[in-house]
Each structure stands twice: as structure tokens, then as C-alpha cells.
Design a protein around this ligand. Sequence first.
Ligand SMILES: [Fe+2]
Length: 263
Amino acid sequence: MKTIRCAFFVLALLVFASLTAVAEEGVGILAQITDPQLGFNDFESERNRFHNTVNIVNDQNFQCAVICGDLVHNCYNKEHLEAFKQELSRLKKPYFLVRGNHDDEKLFRENFGPTYYAADLPFKGFRLIVLDTNLWTPKLLPDAEKMEAMLLEELQKAKAAGQKVIIAGHCPIFEKHFNEEKWHNNFTMEKREWMAKLFDEFPVVAYFSGHSHTTFTWLWHGVLLSNSETTSVAFDKINYGFRKFIFEDGAIQFFTALVPTTK
Ligand SMILES: [Fe+2]
């Protein structure tokens, strides 16, 4: 009887431990791709580079990809939108799409799903929150409140679950300085301050963005702000490419993956 009681106690302890355990951190390998924007300058070249990007993500050890918006330059051009969808359909890894300012809201929903949402990443302990920054910039739109409520709720849930959070949007929070003037590429000062408070309170590790077609990286309120290389038009003349992120043991490492134009 004593043995049975003891076994029951051990079993109960194991069940309790499994219910309360925080997800172990493993290695997470993710591609941050921004502004494929097929048709921006030279449709064929931009399609080729997105094609090659998909090949690299498929061939290497990526676990997923986050595409930070502006999927095509003119989303009402059916040929270009279909070309993007065709290339995307070749991607064999899970992917998460962000809506850019060139992506019509209705068309985005019809073709790809919700414009703001959250999902577990395919590696332990990480949650992705995708924002539709069109609701914040260049001006505040009515649906923004719903998205803000989602963001807050998801951050609270991730914190309670012991998850780390990556947030992805199209527009960067700021480009050159957190105090810079508001223009169509960045957040209002009010939203910048709000994000800083959220970064201080919740376990956000990275914010991914694109839109400006320039490459930069900041560490701000403990969060890595990554505006990666693009595969369409690089205003800063930095090479065409995307970023390979590795999350391991609480550290973040990233490299630029260069993307050739020819197939
Ligand atoms: Fe954009």
C-alpha cells in the first residue's frame, strides 16, 4: 500500500511539473524577408530574386519565414499578384505574411488571411505577433484599437506562458533616431513611446520591419529592431538579400543571405 501511495505521489509530481514547466529554449532559425514588391522597378529581376530567396529558404535549415510586407508593387495587377502567389507556393517552410502599404487590405484578406494576428513559431518558446502598421501610419485608422487590444492580450499571454515574442510589422518604429520627425516611414511619437513601454514590460526580443528599402539594426529598450535587406529595390545600394536569424540559449545572431538576380 505504501509503495502504491509513493508511486502515486511521484506520478502526481511529474504531472504537476509537466503542467507548470516553461517551454525549453531550443534553436530557432528564421528568415526575415522584406519587400519582395514584384513590379517595383524591374518585374522579372524582382521575381527572380524572390524565386531565389524561396530556393535558399527551402534548401537551408530554416524553420520558417516572416515576410514583412509589400508583396507586390501594384496589387491590382493580377499578373504580378499571381506571380507572387506562385513563387510563394513553392516555399516548403511555414511562413507568416505581413501586410504592407502596397497590399490592399481586402485583397490581402482574400488571398492570404488576416492582416494582424499571432502564432506560435515552429520552435520552442517563441510567439510571433504580426501587426498591420497601416492602421498606425501615416495616420491612425479606426481598426487600430482592435489591433492594439490583440497586441496587449497576446503579450500578456506570452509572458504568462514564459514565451519570448517577436513582433513583425511593415513600417519601422523609427529609422535613424528614436526622436526623429514623423513621416510616412515611421511611427508617431505616441506609438514609439507605447512600444518602448511594452518592450520594457513584456518579453519581446525582436521587432522586424521593412518598407524603407534601407538596411539598419538597432538595439532599443532591449529589443533588436531589424530592417533587413530587401529583394526588390535597395535605396541604400546595399546588396539584395534577406536575413537569417538564429535564436539560441537567449542569444540572437543574424547574417545577411545574399540573393542573386539570375535564376
Ligand atoms: Fe512599403
